[in-house]
Unconditional design. Sequence first.
Lengths: 64, 186
Amino acid sequence: MNGTTATPGTKERAIYVLKCLIELVENDRVRADSIASLSSDEIIDLAEAEAQKAVEGSQRLKDS
Amino acid sequence: MKFQTIKILLAIVAMLATVITTACPKSKTDALRSAIEASYRLPAATNDLIKDVADARDRGLISIEQARKFGDALNKLALAEVKFVEMVKVANEAFKISNAIDAATQSKLKIFFDADIVGPFTTVLETAKLISGSNASLITLGVAGVRILLHTIAGGIGSKASKRLLANSGGGQFNYFAREGRLITI
């Protein structure tokens, strides 16, 4: 394996994966931060509303 | 670029993925708190994924049949999340008082989570794997977003089986990132 030249683009793909992971964590952190400013009742209300939206949205997908 | 260097780079990425999914060792209380917070964020992440699938369908990247299959699994997941948020709400009331939840409540959460949340999500994972690489990119991050939260919840409520499944399904951790149509497995 030593000295074998890597497939062109492999390094770029690895860097892309790293960027995606960082973006994912960052998006999650931003979401977490926005929740941090809410009261626990507000957070629960938000979760319940999102859950209801998810039921409706997924039903539309199912029926497409 | 030497293959050895690429291997090191990929190892760093894999380590980062592992750190993100397992995080630093947490106390049981912290893990449970994280799980409760993740439970509240889960429906929003599921909504993001539903939008990604609808978008992919509208752009012709996935077939209507594939979209329906996703829809079926995501609908089961969404319906379960409505109940799960309710269950977590009740558990959280106890947690706020004593920083713990009783064994019976934890067991109910685990059983429901494993069967009704992780079960349908496994179908989502399997459906996503069948999409040809070039068309998967819109959906892959959405799937990963839900997966991270489920992994956190599994860890906090003590569902080791689900945690292992979510960390390792698909033959590798975080095999959901694509560039120019090629899924990358780490």
